[in-house]
Write a protein that binds this ligand. Structure first.
Ligand SMILES: [Zn+2]
Length: 300
């Protein structure tokens, strides 16, 4: 059994019918279906649970509703993603594009949502500096990050971190508030061994997913980080519907339209095993235990 520790299954990209990534005979293929079909296929493929963190503020209610529909399979995390702390572009229930403006006063609403007993973590929270400087709103991002770290502390919950092009500032904040940490994961980790050690020294785990199967300039450093990081600090994840692996056998145009899913996790586990000189089963067992322990998933 494997656990997808980072999937956005309530995302509007999983509404209606859509093409999605799956595995058949050790290769990536595309299937077409609905959210319910994807979840059924995940369960049949041995994906025992998914942790779903929030992106924009309104996604919190959507994912809590999905978690209530799939208890014991979808485990929710509430929060607000750093790049959505100012504006969030999303779609409403009727599929219309909407722009949400986040207000500082909404942190009270977030604190209320955490009271849902199904909630297993706070996130995604962190810092994201990938946009042009004037669109980053760094002060807002930092204020929401520190506030969510404190919320995680008062609730004694782990954090799901999203850090993009902002490791220096994020690490400084994490170190300053080290006493507030009750474990967590640096999601979609893509750095080298030194950066990996900086996070694991804080007791945080690394979320490893599609980036490990993606041909990119950063791949050799990431492979080295995975090889050197102790297995107890590694979690498997997808960031579905995002962060697709390289799939040379699939037509680029078709792949672009497809959603990523947890069905790629066996391929990630296998690559982690190769890099660490272990069997895929050993990686599966350990990463599942790591996830169950960090998020308090009990016996799943
Ligand atoms: Zn995500």
């Amino acid at each position: 059994m494997l656990i997808d520790t980072h999937a956005h299954l309530s995302h509007h990209q999983f509404d209606a019918q859509f093409p999605y990534l799956a595995r058949e005979d050790e290769s990536f293929v595309l299937h077409t279906g609905t959210r319910a079909q994807v979840i059924e296929e995940l369960q049949a493929a041995g994906i025992g649970a998914c942790v779903e963190p929030a992106i924009g503020f309104s996604s919190n209610r959507k994912l809590l509703a999905l978690a209530a529909e799939y208890p014991g399979f979808v485990f929710p995390a509430v929060g607000v993603h750093p790049s959505r702390t100012y504006l969030a572009h999303t779609v409403d229930a009727r599929g219309h594009k909407v722009v949400e403006r986040l207000h500082w006063a909404q942190r009270k609403e977030l604190a209320a949502l955490v009271e849902d007993p199904a909630v297993v973590a706070i996130g995604e929270t962190g810092l994201d500096y990938h946009l042009a400087r004037k669109e980053q709103h760094r002060l807002r991002q930092k204020a929401w990050f520190v506030w969510q770290l404190h919320l995680a502390h008062t609730e004694q919950l782990p954090v799901i971190l999203h850090v993009r092009k902002a490791d220096k500032d994020a690490l400084a904040i994490l170190r300053r508030h080290r006493n507030w940490l009750h474990g967590g994961v640096c999601h979609c980790f893509g750095g080298g061994p030194e950066l990996a050690a900086a996070y694991t020294d804080l007791g945080l785990k690394l979320g490893i997913g599609g980036a490990l199967l993606e041909q990119s300039a950063r791949l050799p450093a990431l492979e080295e980080a995975v090889a050197r990081t102790p297995l107890e600090s590694i979690l498997l994840e997808t960031d579905a519907p995002y962060v697709k692996p390289s799939c040379p056998d699939l037509r680029a145009k078709r792949l672009r339209k497809a959603r990523n899913t947890g069905l790629i996790l066996p391929a990630v586990a296998r690559r982690v095993a190769e890099l660490k000189g272990l069997t895929t089963e050993e990686v599966a067992r350990a990463t599942t235990e790591n996830a169950a322990e960090l998020f308090g998933l009990g016996k799943i």
